[in-house]
Design a protein around this ligand. Structure first.
Ligand code: ADP
Length: 437
């Protein structure tokens, strides 16, 4: 049974309701960006219906909307029913877990959309690799390995180093480098425990992983917006810290890229080819690309915006946010994109030690570093810290902007040097009470 409450809407101005666009925003309860989307929509005069899940949902607290079990098959019909009350002008799915549902709804309503299969390809790493390889797009050599089968047999003959990764997690969760067969087997066992704990209706990603060749070289991320198959590049982010493993925490992202214009063109060409290979034609894309000696290799293309709070970095033209661009595109009123001048960057503050967060010292000094714009701490004192590969969150985000990418990077590194994260031991309480029969 799917719990449903009556739809109500975020309507900023009831009087001009007829002329206003109406957006369906599909957001899982843990989505970082719901508030930013609501704020952008309000500024654009777009009404929003938020579809989210009941548990810890923002709906009800800061916005009205529909409570829907987004993974239930009935979600599609419930949301289409909501369109009968008043049509949607566009659909935005904020996270990997909702892009396929979003594409199905937009398709049914003849709104700009990716084919559901393309959205699915971008959501599952095995499907993505298969689609890209079939399209001749450079991807690492890969195998889909059944964790319930003979893992050593399935991995026989694989080259080292390699990378083990879950099929449908994000933020590098469960991504582990292995340099030899023993490390590969223990990485598979570790990832098995991670994916087994996932609550998903789909059994396949809980029992299978991708094992693929490790691609050496610097890495960049590209944010783009697809419109009728054409890719507008919004930003290329350099990742100045080498990502060598065994775990791959994201740290610094700095834009504009300092790679040569020629290399940046190759990056864009690789992402365009990847979008075409996956079948993506509309909406935001977030891509990770390794710059190998042999050329650009696609690590991932997701059909959503950049995760976490990083989207805050991007401001365009007359101050549009990434969310504003995505909404405008979705409701068929695209904005002219003009990247803002200057440089910007973020440090996703990594969790380096497991335990209980006691406190973070030095935040005031870090904030005072020139070009630091903001520091957000996402985890409260007293909460448990879980590092990668099991963990899925950052300690927080540090933002900087300046005239040049060098200044941004220096500011972020200097500010980070001021931080001291004090972590206490995690004491588990064992339940010794006799079990009742
Ligand atoms: P997620 O979607 O969880 O972020 P990715 O597939 O993007 O997973 O991998 C996370 C990070 O791990 C990448 O940004 C990259 O640094 C590293 N990585 C993943 N696969 C490879 C690979 N085949 N070779 C080298 N590095 C990789």
């Amino acid at each position: 049974m799917v719990p449903v409450v009556r739809p109500a809407e975020v309507v900023a101005n009831h009087h001009s309701r007829k002329a206003r666009s109406r957006l369906l925003l599909i957001a899982p309860p843990n989505s970082y960006r719901t508030v930013a989307y609501l704020e952008s929509a309000r500024q654009q005069g777009v009404d929003v219906l938020v579809a989210s899940e009941g548990k810890h949902s923002l709906v009800g607290d800061i916005a009205a909307g529909l409570h829907v079990d987004l993974s239930a098959p009935a979600a599609l019909d419930i949301l289409l029913e909501a369109a009968r009350d008043r049509p949607f002008s566009g659909v935005v799915a904020t996270d990997d877990t909702t892009v396929e549902l979003g594409s199905r709804i937009a398709q049914a309503l003849a709104l700009p959309h990716n084919e559901p299969q393309a959205a699915r390809n971008s959501r599952y790493k095995d499907l993505s690799r298969q689609a890209l390889a079939a399209a001749g797009v450079p991807v690492p050599e890969f195998r889909v390995v059944n964790l319930r089968g003979d893992v050593a047999g399935q991995c026989a003959g694989i080259g080292y180093p390699c990378v083990v990764k879950p099929l449908s997690l994000s933020a590098s969760r469960g991504v582990i480098r292995a340099d030899n067969p023993d490390q590969l087997l223990s990485a598979c066992a570790r990832v098995e425990a991670i994916v087994a704990s996932e609550v998903t209706s789909d059994a396949w990603p809980r029992s299978h992983v991708l094992v693929e060749g490790f691609v050496s070289g610097p890495e960049v991320a590209l944010e783009g917006l697809l419109q009728q198959g054409e890719l507008d590049v919004l930003a290329i982010f350099d990742k100045p810290d080498p990502l060598l493993g065994p775990y791959f925490e994201e740290t610094y992202y700095v834009t504009p890229s300092r790679h040569s214009a020629d290399l940046q063109q190759q990056i864009v060409a690789a992402v365009k080819a990847a979008c075409a290979g996956l079948g993506l034609r509309e909406g935001p894309v977030h891509a990770e690309v390794r710059l190998a000696e042999s050329g650009c290799v696609i690590i991932e293309v997701a059909s959503r915006t950049i995760g976490g709070e990083c989207a805050r970095l991007l401001r365009f033209g007359t101050g549009y946010s990434l969310e504003a661009l995505v909404i405008a595109h979705a409701v068929g009123q695209p904005l002219t994109i003009k990247p803002a001048a200057g440089a910007a960057g973020v440090l996703m503050i990594p969790i380096q030690e497991a335990g209980i967060l006691r406190r973070i010292e030095g935040i005031t000094a870090a904030r005072a570093v020139p070009f630091i714009e903001d520091i957000l701490i996402s985890i409260r004192d007293g909460y448990e810290l879980v590092p990668l590969p099991e963990g899925s969150s950052y300690l927080g985000f540090m933002f900087a902007s300046a005239a040049t990418p060098e200044q941004v990077e220096t500011a972020l590194r200097t500010a980070y040097d001021h931080l001291k994260v004090v972590v206490g031991p995690l004491l588990k309480i064992e339940d010794r009470r006799p079990h009742q029969a």
